[in-house]
Design a protein around this ligand. Structure first.
Ligand code: MG
Length: 368
């Protein structure tokens, strides 16, 4: 089996509501998505998606994915897509870095491997525990009242976990956290996601002002050095998200005790092949995990749900259903969908998602 064609589509994904990232400093109305179909000489194929959460959240750029694919495609044509590690290594040699540009190809290769063996991606990744994963909402920053209303909208959709974006003024953040905690329901799980917005001093002031609450913070400041300094002077659990990119980042986090939770965003770390190693590292060190896409449709959500279902419940904190914030659906009737606040993949071969050809329309580029 050899890769014979790589087809690329660019699509705009409108958000159902404008979104303000932590601190309100970044606004999004639509996401730039890239869909990839990898075909082989024997008629097999697989699908990939790469959708950064806007251009300003991470060093990941929608047009950058397509530029990366232009560079990668000639070295991918002719490879056996089932030899996942060889495809991965070829991409890393052809284009060092740019992990997010390679992730859609990696996803499509796992889909092909699954279709050709009759196994789901979750089972290929080591074994599907078979139970659904709790969806974590993504609550746009705002006033305490606006944010509580945002949480309520997700509660109506069955959600019982929320990633609440803080990271503004110290006093306002303390007010936000205390107001939201006062409304927490039952066994709801809340994560206060700072998206790197605090200085070290701001992080210490907010986190230590609410240390009486059982709350978790995510990515309080920019770098692992910042988080290491903050970790030494705070006690609430810390989840690491944007600063967890490479396996080497992961080993530093576990060795130096920088955080207690990994948030593995598959597109950010370069695909399932690299994400599974972070999963195994976390399991070896008592680190719990979220597994999420950086954004996107049911394709990206389903990819993450597959990996999530290979993590034992004791270490699996949640996934994301970005599709619930998007106004279009490229694959009606397939893939993991919100069911009472959870996502679950079945045993369908590969990814288990089939995009609608009419919705995709004419491709932007075909490499063959
Ligand atoms: Mg985050």
């Amino acid at each position: 089996m050899k890769i014979s064609r790589i087809t690329v589509w660019r699509k705009d994904l409108p958000l159902t509501k404008p979104y303000f990232l932590s601190g309100g400093r970044l606004r999004f109305d639509a996401l730039d998505a890239t869909f990839v179909r990898v075909d082989t000489n024997d008629g097999s194929y697989g699908w990939g998606e790469g959708t950064p959460w806007g251009h300003s959240y991470l060093p990941a750029h929608g047009p950058g994915i397509r530029a990366g694919l232009e560079t990668l495609a000639p070295s991918l044509l002719g490879l056996d897509p089932r030899k996942i590690n060889i495809v991965e290594q070829t991409m890393d040699v052809t284009l060092p870095g740019h992990a997010y540009a390679k992730a859609p190809v990696d996803m499509a290769c796992w889909d092909i491997l699954g279709r050709s063996t009759g196994l789901s991606i979750a089972n290929l990744l080591g074994g599907d525990y078979g139970d659904a994963t709790r969806i974590v909402s993504s609550v746009s920053t705002g006033t305490p009242e606006e944010m509580t209303a945002g949480i309520n909208r997700f509660r109506e959709m069955g959600y019982s976990a929320h990633s609440v974006k803080v990271g503004g003024d110290v006093a306002v953040d303390i007010e936000r956290i205390r107001a939201i905690e006062a409304c927490r329901q039952g066994d709801e799980h809340l994560l206060y996601d700072v998206n790197r917005a605090w200085s070290r001093a701001e992080a210490l002031r907010v986190m230590n002002a609410v240390r009486d609450l059982d709350v978790t913070f995510e990515q309080p400041s920019e770098t692992l050095d910042d988080i290491e300094a903050i970790r030494r002077q705070t006690s609430n659990p810390i989840s690491i998200d944007e600063a967890l990119v490479t396996l080497q980042d992961g080993t530093r986090i576990v060795h130096n005790g920088l955080g207690e939770i990994f948030n593995i965003k598959i597109n950010r770390v370069g695909g399932l092949s690299k994400a599974r190693r972070l999963r195994d590292l976390a399991l070896a060190h008592g680190i719990q995990m979220y597994v999420m896409p950086t954004g996107g449709t049911v394709l990206a959500d389903t990819e993450a749900a597959h990996l999530a279902q290979t993590i034992p419940a004791s270490h699996r904190l949640g996934c994301w259903s970005c599709q619930d914030m998007i106004g279009v659906d490229p694959a009606p009737g397939s893939g993991a969908r919100n069911e009472q606040g959870t996502l679950k993949v079945d045993n369908a071969p590969g990814l288990g998602v089939e995009p609608d050809a009419d919705w995709l329309g004419e491709p932007d580029t075909v490499y063959e």
